[in-house]
Design a protein around this ligand. Sequence first.
Ligand code: BT5
Length: 253
Amino acid sequence: MRYGFAVLLTKSEIVAPGLSYLAEVDSTNLEMARRNTTSPLPDRSVIAAGLQNAGQGRLGRNWVSEPETSLSVSILLRPKSQEVAGWATLVASVSVRHAIEHLTGLQAKVKWPNDVLIQGKKICGILAQLQADGSVVLGIGINLKSQTGAPDTATSLEALGFDVKFDEMLAAVLTAFFSRWELFVSFPNIAIEKTRNELVEHSATLGEKVKAILPGGEEVVGLASDIDLQGHLVIQTPQPRVLAAADVWHLRK
Ligand code: BT5
């Protein structure tokens, strides 16, 4: 049996009392869903892991999280409306971006809708999954160190010259996320505007020529020109297209 980091979660436990840490798990998202099925979990339950042996990406893709290299965390959310639920991924994206910049000073950007990039390479991926009971399991993976199995398109804080501890990053991400999410719960209109502005200000996607593959398989190619107040991506083609969900590829200009 392999073990992940021996971690002390002093800071994270202050931000998320009762958080659950696993040295190894298949996927924190799967673990959260299983526990919630056995017995409904409270809003904002948190499970973190030092190693996932079957980490999940979107659309059946995999997420590499090797021992002592990465931070995997899932948060269970009970949003009051579908509109708010739809913002979970984007709020997580800007929160991770902010946390990385806060801890390292590195300029991190959001690739709409679910990646955080540094110098054009992926340091974080996010996967939000709607559950049968209406809750959302929001999973976040961050590369603290380099991983042999990660693709060439990946980067890590270590590769960029920073040694950030698991607890420090987890606490920073949870702090950034919970403060933004709290605003969504209390003042959704203000939160939507703030999140949209944060996404636009720190977007890796806007201004890029992109190919977007829609859930039905349709491809849309054009200039990514805006993110609207639904959090949707606007692409300039002969007719502007507004996309709620898509797999986006940045094309070379
Ligand atoms: C994602 O999917 O980026 C979502 C990743 C979510 C991971 C978290 S970890 C905690 C929670 N528990 C889980 O099981 N999952 C969540 P997608 O946009 O489909 O990107 C997947 C693609 O990213 C892969 O096909 C690879 O090309 C690339 N990739 C895989 N591992 C990577 C890594 N560690 N760093 C950067 N890129 C990676």
